[in-house]
Design a protein around this ligand. Sequence first.
Ligand SMILES: Cc1cc2nc3c(=O)[nH]c(=O)nc-3n(C[C@H](O)[C@H](O)[C@H](O)COP(=O)(O)OP(=O)(O)OC[C@H]3O[C@@H](n4cnc5c(N)ncnc54)[C@H](O)[C@@H]3O)c2cc1C
Length: 419
Amino acid sequence: MPRPPWNEASRRAAFGALHQFLPRAGAEYAAQRNFDYGPGKRSNVSGLSAYIRHRLIHECEVLDATLRRHSVTAAARFIEEIFWRAYFKGWLEHHPIVWKDYRSVVQALVDSVETDSDFNRRYRQAVHGATGIDCFDAWVTELKSTGYLHNHARMWFASIWVHTLQLPWQLGADFFYRHLVDGDPASNTLSWRWVCGLHTKGKTYLARVSNIASYTAGRFNPQGRLAHEARPLKESRIHATRSLPLAQHVPEGARFGLLVTEEDCAPESLPLTDSPVALLGAVTTNTRSPLPVGRPAREFAIGAVADGVERVARHFSIPAQSARCENWDDALLAWARSNDLDTVVTAYAPVGPVAERLASATQSLAKNRIELIQLRRAYDTCTWPHATKGYFKLKSRIPDVLGQLGITGEPQNAKRASN
Ligand SMILES: Cc1cc2nc3c(=O)[nH]c(=O)nc-3n(C[C@H](O)[C@H](O)[C@H](O)COP(=O)(O)OP(=O)(O)OC[C@H]3O[C@@H](n4cnc5c(N)ncnc54)[C@H](O)[C@@H]3O)c2cc1C
């Protein structure tokens, strides 16, 4: 059985992985990053995505450490990849309707898989890795057992799912989201849309046999099994753009508790002027999909929140509580009341299940005169406004953003940058 490319869901492990990878973050990464040598042979990429996704480590910390070791030019490729995540996060913040539509289509497709026998058979072959396409079936096993796939494998997988197997992209995205340890509403949904020609309108991605054979170092050769063309999907919906929500601040003198969610497991570095008096960790991994979430993904998210809670409790010397409940409204209210809070503070939750939970909890807390505040980090505030159209706009602003955040690779700037 393939082994996952990480040890544990902790901030300590995130820094361990970063420091192991750093010597290779320059020219070596640029030359080698597209090769998928197989499970257990991942030293050509960072393997940081699950840590970054849950913000056990912050992008600023990764960028700062990279620039202490390499010049901007030498590490350009790695830095650009780090910013791809900010691009997708920012783009979805501007177009939340894309996520809402995706969620309702997944629910409808999950229902129709049960009633349409041919669809059911084709879908089951795919998710059980029984298509007879060697690489695809191997990636299914790897994904389910480790929670990880190499970026190139994700692109080939999505292309085969949509263009060869002719399955709906939303169910493929759902399958990834249920199993990826770094499963992310923005990076995942928008990458799938990109493969179909829906993100960059009309531009699709076709997995080719020769490309798979070369970049898997000959491990796979699905000769005669793949589609020869990738027709762009079309949709009639025009996705309205919304302005970014305004930044919030903790009211002066508030008696507040800190909420740790799987969106940000290092809230001790949020811009807080006072100390919280209580701490709660809450997980909502099961709401990723109407279908069951894979064990590696679930366990990583639970472990990441537990690590955050333990560290933050020590940092502020405050009592901690954990909630693995479905109903956040009741859990948050009970916790806030038992600690006599007037404010609940948490890291800003971008579009996704945590944001949905918080939206509902905000209302139920407000009815009880308790305010829920979401604090956005400077990195998100600096990057998201440039993520309205294509990636190039943000890419061209990378030097400005690094300057604005004071990410220079100089030791004294690292802490400021992650706020
Ligand atoms: C169909 C599809 C679905 C994907 N779903 C997700 C997902 O749910 N969550 C996720 O974090 N990434 C997703 N990606 C992006 C990418 O595949 C992973 O971030 C990357 O493979 C993680 O491995 P790594 O940390 O070793 O990456 P590295 O190559 O070492 O990159 C460093 C970091 O940069 C960021 N990054 C790199 N490439 C991308 C990218 N294309 N898009 C966004 N961020 C990127 C990640 O945070 C990553 O950890 C998806 C890509 C595709 C094609």
